[in-house]
Design a protein. Structure first.
Length: 221
């Protein structure tokens, strides 16, 4: 029969086995597809990084989705997340799979745990995209670092450097964003420990054994 101490230990272990995160709130990085404008731009393959950023703490994060709004079909594109490592220079910490885009809003969702990145320390995180673009819908306001990339293009990988922007701090905001949240961490349950007899219980047990021995000796005589 389980005593109170054992039941309490089992309850604590069951509670700790539930998955949890330090901050489960999802965060959107970038302007997002809700930002609409009336102008369009077409200059072939292009790279843009939103200069607005979100500061994230150290840890592992799930990328839940990448959203993109185009006035016309921009062709294939890749979203990415990056940290600023110099003046108009970014190092990628996550690259999306190639996305076959289309006109209008395209939301690409990722399963939990399938697209992740890790920050060793708190850092400002930026969102960007590279696309074989025809027309990209944008709205005035805000800033992007904008370029028609040469070496940085679709197929780039994590730890790639995007720099040499021909139009840094371009005065327009493209409609794209990424949504991230801290990855969940599961602590395995701790098995309950066996009850350790108290000293008083051991003393009584010893007296009982001694009494049984005394009675047995008297019966033998």
């Amino acid at each position: 029969m389980l005593n109170k101490a054992t039941l309490k230990a089992m309850l604590i272990a069951a509670t700790m086995s539930v998955a949890f995160s330090t901050n489960s709130a999802a965060v959107t990085i970038g302007a997002g597809p809700g930002l609409r404008g009336t102008l369009a731009d077409s200059a072939g393959q292009r790279l843009n990084v939103d200069e607005a950023f979100v500061n994230l703490g150290a840890g592992t994060y799930d990328v839940l989705s990448f959203d993109f709004l185009a006035n016309n079909n921009p062709g294939n594109l890749m979203g990415f997340l990056a940290t600023l490592t110099g003046v108009n220079s970014y190092t990628t910490i996550w690259m999306s799979p190639t996305i076959a885009s289309s006109a209008g809003t395209v939301t690409t969702s990722f399963g939990t745990g399938t697209e992740q990145f890790t920050l060793g320390a708190a850092n400002d995180v930026y969102v960007g995209f590279v696309a074989n673009s025809n027309f990209v819908l944008f709205a005035n306001g805000g800033f992007t670092d904008h370029d028609n990339p040469g070496s940085f293009n679709i197929g780039a990988s994590v730890d790639s450097i995007a720099d040499g922007f021909s139009n840094p701090q371009l005065g327009r905001t493209y409609s794209f964003s990424a949504t991230v949240e801290p990855a969940q961490v599961t602590i395995p349950p701790t098995p309950p420990t066996a009850d350790v007899p108290e000293p008083a219980s051991l003393a009584l047990f010893g007296l009982g054994l001694a009494g049984l021995g005394f009675v047995r000796r008297r019966q033998v005589k």
